[in-house]
Design a protein around this ligand. Sequence first.
Ligand code: ADP
Ligand code: MG
Length: 463
Amino acid sequence: MLETQTPKKVDLNSEKIWNNCLTNIKRNVSQMTFNTWFLPIKPIDINNSTLKVLLPSQFFWEWIDEHFNSLIHSTITSVIGPDANLAYIIADEKDEEHNPVFVKQEKAVKKSVEIEKPDFETYINPRYTFDNFIKGEGNQLARAAAGAIGDNPGGTSFNPLFVYGGVGLGKTHLVQAIGNKIIQNFPLKKAIYLSSDIFTIEFVEAIQSNKVNEFSNFYRSMDVLILDDIQFLIGKEKTQDLFFHIFNTLHQSGKQIILTSDKPPKDLKGMDDRLISRFQWGLSADIQPPDFETRNAILRRKAEEFGLALPTDIFEYIASHIVSNIRELEGCLIKLLANASLNSKKIDFDLVKTTVKEIATSRQVNVTIENITSVVCSFLNVGEDKIRDKTRKKEVVLARQIAMFLAKDLTRSSLKTIGLHFGGRDHSTVIHACTSVEKNIIVDESMKELVKKIKEKIELDSV
Ligand code: ADP
Ligand code: MG
């Protein structure tokens, strides 16, 4: 039983389990979200399949329950098993036995199980709607086309709809909103959303388990296919080839295809020309960074969602200092809320200024596994194709290991994805590479220097 603010006894087993959960969560959220909302959670014990954790405040619970319920649920079931449950207590609640919140929470996690659709997982997140997507000059065309598709999937000339633009500008939100609208307007239509990364991984798994036909038929049976971040298919010829056939089947039968990318179709170097030309059949619409008014409107809208009342000048301060990325605008509000609630501080101008500064300095550089591979190869003078094939030559193995290590360190890619980028190696190979480099860095000063130099170059290239 818990008597004081910090639990005295931490069950080692629960700590291990929670660490495994954290590893998975980390891959799915930004560093900032992770630090703000997941690091403060402390495991207490595990009983049957119920993991009990300690949380700093009631507000904290409500926040993570609302925003990360399904992530937490899928994480604990994959780590603990299908009956997994999360129970929590609040740091200043004394008597857990009579803690009504505790009961409420168990219900909350179970609820998420019931909501899940039985047939197949659509991956369409109800959080992203047209209602909470703020229109602005930068997203006008994309927003209008998306709306039209939501009302008439497959029936407009926007097929495929190809939305492109920089990170954090709302591509995923917009295409998910189309999915939600379609589910609402046409409950019988089969719509699915997935990132191209996941698509590739599933495809590789299908090959390994001899289920390529099932895999392909599944996607061909959709009425609406939303494939996010199609640039991830670059360099993956087999996946591109399969997608080409799925695209054709869907398009010919008037099914809706929606794609996003970080660049326009013609700039997707390494993508099959047949696909590039198909991407241009419908409408390509870009999303540009939001102007001041749009940033301000987005902030106000998000603050309202978070139940946060702020004076006008604070909104304007944030909107004029965080200019290029909507995810960061949102992140700023979350951080303000977290700071205010965790440290019982008031949200005043000082707190706003420090928070904005923190965001500016922690700005994540946009490193991809491709950048990493190319820098590592040029440093070590190894051909990029060698790193992906089976060569066991010493210098190639070294380059491959360093590249894997840096991919783990600098990107949010899973071990599985990293393995895929290096010639379809499995996750244990990636782990082995990472540990080997980590060890070498400790014992070998020149190795440490080399990795440091490579890292600096990658970060410089990626700003
Ligand atoms: P991208 O996929 O382009 O990297 P996201 O769609 O993930 O960007 O957007 C990042 C965050 O910003 C999300 O939380 C999203 O809800 C929010 N966002 C982006 N654009 C808008 C908008 N126009 N109105 C409201 N929220 C937005
Ligand atoms: Mg996205």
